[in-house]
Design a protein around this ligand. Sequence first.
Ligand code: XMP
Length: 316
Amino acid sequence: AFHIEDFKQELIDEIRAKVGEKQVVCGVSGGVDSTVLAVLLHEAGVNVKAIYVDQGLMRKNETAEVEANFKRMGVPIEVVDASERFLTALDGEGDPEKKRKIIGNLFIDVFWDAVGDAEMLAQGTLYPDVIESASNENSKASTIKTHHNRVDRILEMQKEGKVLEPLAELFKDEVRELGANMGIQQDILDRHPFPGPGLAVRCPGVVTKERLDIIRDCDHIFISELKESGWYQKTWQAYAGLIPVKTVGVKGDERSYEYATNLRAVISEDAMTADWVDLPTPLLRKVSSRILNEVSGINRVLYDISSKPPASIEWE
Ligand code: XMP
C-alpha cells in the first residue's frame, strides 16, 4: 500500500540530498501539481522561489488569489506581470495555432528571465506526463509540455543534474493526498484543470482585453454558482467562454447588439474523451439570468452540449 507519510519523507530526503544549499526555482500556475511541488520543496527546507507568470490570460482575481495562497503557506513567490507583453504579442492574431505559439514562446522568454541564474529548477511532472510525452506527441497539451519541459536550457540542466522532478512517480490522486498531508487547502487540491494558454483558448479568434474581461465576468458567475450548488466537485472541468459573434437583443428598453457566452461543463477521466454534464435546469437558469443581468457585453447564453470527440473541451 501507498504510505503517504513515508513517501513524503523519502521525497524530502532526496530533495535535500540533491539541492543542498542551492537555490531552486519552480514555475507555478496555482494548479494542483505545481502548488504541491512548491510546498513540498518549502517543507523540505530548501531555498525555494516560486515563479508565477501572469500572461493576462488568467481568470478573475486568479493572480491575487494564487499570490495570497502562497504567502499564507509561507512559500516565497515572485509574480511576474507580463500581461501587457502578452496582449501586445497577441494583438490582431486570430489563428488558434499561431496564438498558442505566441503564448508558448513568450512564456518561455518571460519565465527564464525570471529564473535568472538560479542553480536548480524543479518541475511538477507527474507519472502520466512521463508516459504521455513518450507516447502522445500530438495532443495540444503535450505540445505545450514539450515547450516547457524540453527547451535546450532544461536539457543542459538535466545533464548537469540540476532539474528536480520529485512528483514523477506519482499519479494525480497521490499528489492530492500528498498535498492534503502537507495542509494545502482542499479547494486548491480540488481545482479543475486550467490550460496553459489560459483564456486565449476560450476566446476564439482575436484576443482583446475587452473580450477577456467579459469572459472573466461570465466565468466567475458560472463557477461561483457551480461551487454554491455542489456541482463544481461533480464536474471535471467547467468554464464560460466567448462566442465572438454579435447578435441583436433587447436590454431595458433599448436594442442591444452584443456577444454570446458559451457555458461548458464536462466529465472526463483523462481529458482524451469527455462528455457534457446534464446540469439541473434551475441552475442553468440562475447562471443565465445572472450573466444577462450582470455582465455588460453579453445578451445571449448558450450551453455547450458537445461530447469530445468530436468536439474538444476548449474551443481552440
Ligand atoms: P482539449 O481542448 O484538447 O483539452 O479537449 C483537453 C484538456 O487539456 C487542457 N488543455 C491544455 N492544458 N496546455 C495545458 O496545460 C495547453 O495548451 C492545453 N490545451 C488544452 C484543457 O483545458 C483540457 O483540460
